[in-house]
Write a protein that binds this ligand. Structure first.
Ligand code: ZN
Ligand code: FE
Length: 255
C-alpha cells in the first residue's frame, strides 16, 4: 500500500496534485485548478484519472472538475456540506469518514474556516495530508466564511497528525508568509533558518511545498500561540489560543 504523488504547478501560484495508488493504478487529482496542466501530467506519467478529490469549491480548486469528468468519467468526491457547490460531485463525505483510493485508505477531515465546507484528505499509510487552503507553509488560509474559532480548531486538527506527515498545500505562498512570520516571531531561530532556506529555493524556482507537520510546528506562527516571542510581539501575553490566533491572522491580513 503506497502512493506516488506528482505535484503540478497551475495558474499563477496553485499546485495541483496527482495521487497514484501504485498497487491498483487508481489515480486521483487533488482539486482541479487547471484541466490542461493536469492532463499533461497524466500523459507524462502514463496514468488514468479515476477520481477527483476536492478540498473546497473555489474556482482555483474545482474549476476543472467538469472538463476532467467529461473526459475521463472519473468519480468526484467532496464534502457533503458543500455538495451544492462542488461541480459534478458523485460521492459526499463527512468528518472522520474513511474511503479507499485503490488500496490506500483515506480519512476525511473537516477543516472549516477558509470556507465552511473545506475538507482535507489524510492518506494514513503514507502519512500524507492534502490540506487545500487551510494550512500553508508558514501560513494559513484567509477566513472567507468561517470564524477564528473554527479556523483554529481546524488547524489544531491538522496539527494532531504525526510530525512526519507530509503536508501538500495548494498554493506557493511561502516566501510572502515567511516575510510576515519573521516580524511576529523574530527570535525563533528555526524560523530564521527556514526563511533563509526558502529565499534560496525560490531564487532557483524550486517549490517550497510540500512541508511537514513537524516543520510547521516549529516555525509557523499561526500554529504557535504558546510562543512567548509571538505573544509579546502581538501584545497578547497570556491570552487564549483562539485570541492569539485571531490577532495573528488579523495582522497578516493587514501586512
Ligand atoms: Zn480557496
Ligand atoms: Fe486557493
Amino acid at each position: 500500500m503506497s502512493i506516488e504523488v506528482k505535484q503540478i504547478p497551475c495558474l499563477s501560484d496553485n499546485y495541483g496534485f496527482l495521487v497514484h495508488d501504485t498497487e491498483s493504478g487508481a489515480t486521483a487529482s487533488i482539486d482541479t485548478p487547471e484541466a490542461a496542466a493536469i492532463n499533461s501530467a497524466l500523459a507524462q506519467q502514463g496514468w488514468t484519472l479515476t477520481h477527483i478529490l476536492n478540498t473546497h469549491h473555489h474556482f482555483d480548486h474545482a474549476g476543472g472538475n467538469e472538463e476532467l469528468k467529461a473526459q475521463w468519467g472519473c468519480q468526484i468526491i467532496g464534502a457533503a456540506n458543500d455538495a451544492h457547490r462542488i461541480p459534478g460531485i458523485d460521492q459526499q463525505v463527512v468528518d472522520g469518514e474513511w474511503f479507499h483510493l485503490g488500496n490506500s485508505a483515506v480519512q476525511v477531515l473537516e477543516v472549516p474556516g477558509h470556507t465552511l465546507g473545506h475538507i482535507a484528505y489524510y492518506f494514513a499509510n503514507d502519512k500524507a495530508a492534502f490540506v487545500g487552503d487551510t494550512l500553508f507553509a508558514l501560513g494559513c488560509g484567509r477566513m472567507f466564511e468561517g470564524t477564528a474559532q473554527q479556523m483554529w480548531a481546524s488547524l489544531e486538527k491538522l496539527m494532531a497528525l504525526p510530525d512526519e506527515t507530509v503536508v501538500y498545500c495548494a498554493h506557493e505562498y511561502t516566501q510572502a508568509n515567511a516575510a510576515f512570520a519573521i516580524t511576529v516571531e523574530p527570535d525563533n531561530s528555526a524560523l530564521q533558518q527556514r526563511t533563509r532556506d526558502i529565499a534560496r529555493l525560490r531564487e532557483q524556482g524550486i517549490p517550497t511545498v510540500p512541508t511537514t507537520i513537524g516543520l510547521e510546528r516549529q516555525t509557523n506562527p499561526f500554529v504557535r500561540p504558546h510562543s512567548d516571542d509571538l505573544q509579546r510581539t502581538i501584545d497578547c501575553v497570556g491570552a487564549d489560543a483562539v485570541a492569539i490566533f485571531a490577532e495573528t491572522r488579523k495582522r497578516k491580513d493587514n501586512f
